[in-house]
Write a protein that binds this ligand. Structure first.
Ligand code: NAD
Ligand code: DAU
Length: 336
């Protein structure tokens, strides 16, 4: 098996590459990543022992010439994690989101079609479905109703992927997962932001009333699901991925503070995110029924492991939380 994995220097992509190298001694992986503010080669350092089974290329998925030259070497599958992934940044400026998430996906699809790649896997998100009321869960048949520029760009990409299957008969699969947590998550996202701010005795900014609900899954469970879908999923299908762990944001923040022996007075309720989706919940029964997937990591255990990981990897996140990161932080949180 030879894979091209884009966005592999980010959070989920790096965890996926490691999972695949560990699980399949015959798999070779080429990774392609632009190394934006969110990309970090340190996230791939654990691939070292796998030697020449992994090769990294720095580049932009929207760069047609580069992508053609990479894809022309031939792959059994291309797995597209590359994206601008942070909702808050998309509210400040959507340009990079449209360029990478929409145009970049189209460029990859064109190259995969031209060079006959076996399967194209698009890593999408539950956010394309919009927001839920108090009950129910998203299924694969629900209409798309994205509410942020980020989720709109991901929904547009999903539509392109679907159209390349319908129009050209390309073998594609789309995965839509809920909120991930685990090692190497960039500390702009809720869980690593709250852990690292608490470790630094800084305020923890919780949007609105803190009762927005997310459905959490450990990144390892997400990666196992993607592996299964690439290998056994049906062409043209969409698979929801979630671990049935719905929690209001403020409960998670309180849990983190308790584990770190920090006072709840560090919590600061701030002005809400515009267009903030109230609740997400994923129905992943199709994935369970058709491919036998089940989550394995219990949330409390996974969160405690994640907290320990950030305690042990302080240099990793301290290096990130400076420079460009602080410019964004001040702009976004400054007047909230
Ligand atoms: P991330 O921001 O940590 O990583 C994104 C990676 O993409 C970075 O390494 C970045 O350098 C790279 N990248 C950005 N623009 C690029 C470009 N033009 N060309 C090549 N590389 C580029 O994101 P993540 O949280 O790991 O998310 C990965 C994927 O999973 C995204 O597509 C996201 O939409 C999706 N997803 C994320 C979650 C989540 O909870 N984090 C949940 C569901 C789906
Ligand atoms: O649901 C999947 C999505 O999860 C992915 O597609 C996105 O790439 C990923 O970023 C994530 O999006 P969210 O917007 O849900 O994640 P975020 O970590 O930004 O926020 C989680 C919740 O916490 C959300 O309700 C907003 C809230 N929040 C977030 C931050 C950063 C706060 O209350 N305060 C904060 O400072």
């Amino acid at each position: 098996m030879k894979l091209l994995v884009t966005g592999a220097a980010g959070f989920i992509g790096s965890n996926f590459v490691l999972t695949m190298l560990e699980s399949y001694p015959d798999t070779r992986i080429v990774t392609l990543d632009l190394l934006t503010y969110a990309g970090n080669l340190e996230n791939l350092q654990d691939t070292g022992p796998y030697g020449d089974r992994h090769r990294f290329i720095r580049g932009d998925i929207a760069d047609r010439d580069l992508v053609r030259s990479v894809v022309s070497e031939g792959f059994d599958a291309v797995v597209n994690f590359a994206a601008e992934s942070h909702v808050d940044r998309s509210i400040l400026d959507a340009s990079a989101f449209v360029r990478t998430n929409v145009l970049g996906t189209q460029v990859l699809l064109d190259a995969c079609r031209e060079f006959g790649v076996g399967r194209f896997a698009q890593i999408s998100t539950d956010e394309v479905y919009g927001s839920l009321g108090a009950v129910g869960a998203f299924t694969e048949d629900d209409p798309l109703a994205p509410n942020s520029p980020y989720s709109a760009s991901k929904a547009a990409a999903d539509m392109l992927v679907r159209s390349y299957h319908r129009t050209y008969g390309m073998d594609v699969v789309i995965t839509r997962c809920s909120n991930n947590y685990g090692p190497y998550q960039f500390p702009e996202k809720l869980i690593p932001l709250m852990i690292t701010n608490a470790l630094s005795d800084k305020e923890l900014p919780v949007y609105g009333d803190g009762m927005h609900v997310r459905d959490w899954i450990h990144v390892r469970d997400h990666c196992r699901a993607i592996d299964l879908i690439i290998g056994k999923g049906s062409a043209g299908e969409i698979y929801n991925i979630g671990a049935n762990t719905e929690l209001p944001n403020v409960r998670i923040v309180e849990h983190i503070l308790a584990r770190l022996n920090k006072p709840e007075s560090l919590i600061r309720f701030v002005k809400d995110r515009p267009g903030h989706d109230r609740r997400y919940a994923m129905d992943s029964s199709k994935l369970n029924r058709e491919l036998g997937w089940e989550p394995q990591v219990a949330f409390e255990q996974g969160l405690d492991e994640t907290i320990c990981w950030y305690i042990e990897h302080e240099q990793w996140w301290q290096r990130i939380k400076s420079g460009e990161y602080m410019n964004f932080y001040d702009t976004w949180y400054g007047d909230r």
